[in-house]
Write a protein that binds this ligand. Structure first.
Ligand code: IPE
Ligand code: IPE
Ligand code: MG
Length: 252
């Protein structure tokens, strides 16, 4: 299925966001506040992922995209990076069968070549096993960067049109790593920071942004509902005036 681009035509505005993208931030501070090692916050964060996946499925959200590890997170202490990798492996091991049983499709996007061979194999197996599932697509962004995404897409596009010197947005779009999903309707960042941190730079062009001080390990279905309620208050104009929007609603 191909989706319309928010800059090329005005997309449909669903009451319940079809695609929610989350920067799960604040694990370290959650732990530090409790005098615990940062990695305890990461472990708790993984449990919250399980609950939020379920909450999204129950609310009829079709795509949930989670920023798990950025291309800049390699700058962290080696010990923390290695715990994060281990948590990823354990979570795949424990959760994939359950996701499959619940009709959930799992995708992992990012530059996976930097992960060890075992992890890459586990990811490929999980994606293959759940590929046909329809209820909810969960995308985990791992060693992901918005600039990396755009650059890898440009490289593939250029190779796909030998000799061409000018390109359109439509020609680039299929090479972006999340071409299978509509652009996010709602972006959530937990942990109090109000920045994008090189997440889905291209795809967030017209996404509604929501920031909360809640640390990721404290996030839950109720917090998700608060974000959805805020989204439902927004007027998504996509460049038009408010009056035009009112008119278009009268017509349809
Ligand atoms: C988000 O929590 C998890 C990852 C980046 C992997 P942090 O680890 O960034 O937590 P804070 O921001 O230090 O509290
Ligand atoms: C963004 O969080 C990346 C993930 C949640 C995976 P960071 O905690 O790494 O972001 P910065 O460094 O504060 O911008
Ligand atoms: Mg952080």
């Amino acid at each position: 299925m191909t989706y319309t681009s928010s800059t090329q035509s005005v997309p449909e505005v669903p009451a319940v966001p079809r695609h929610v993208a989350i920067i799960m931030d604040g694990n370290g501070r959650w732990a530090t506040k409790r005098f615990l090692p940062r990695v305890v916050g990461h472990a708790k964060g993984v449990e919250v992922v399980r609950d939020v996946v379920e909450a999204c499925a129950l609310r009829g959200i079709k795509y949930l995209t989670l920023f798990a590890f950025s291309s800049e997170n390699w700058r962290r202490p080696a010990e923390e990076v290695s715990v994060l990798m281990r948590l990823f492996v354990t979570a795949l091991d424990r959760e994939v069968a359950k996701m499959h049983a619940n009709d959930i499709c799992l995708r992992v996007v990012g530059d996976l070549s930097r992960f060890d061979a075992n992890l890459q194999k586990m990811i490929a197996n999980a994606e293959r096993k759940t590929a046909q599932n329809k209820r909810l697509t969960v995308t985990v962004c791992a060693n992901y960067g918005g600039r990396w995404d755009i650059m890898q897409a440009v490289e593939k596009m250029v190779a796909g049109y030998p000799g061409a010197t000018s390109f359109t947005e439509e020609q680039l779009a299929p090479y972006l790593s999340m071409a299978y999903a509509p652009e996010p309707d709602l972006f959530i960042r937990t942990g109090g920071e109000e920045r994008i941190s090189n997440f889905l730079l291209w795809q967030l062009a017209y996404t509604e942004l929501y920031f909360t001080d809640t640390y990721w390990p404290d996030f839950d279905g109720k917090a998700l509902d608060a974000a959805i309620a805020s989204y439902q208050q927004r007027e998504r104009r996509f460049g038009r005036t408010s009056e035009q929007l009112v008119e278009s609603k009268k017509v349809s």
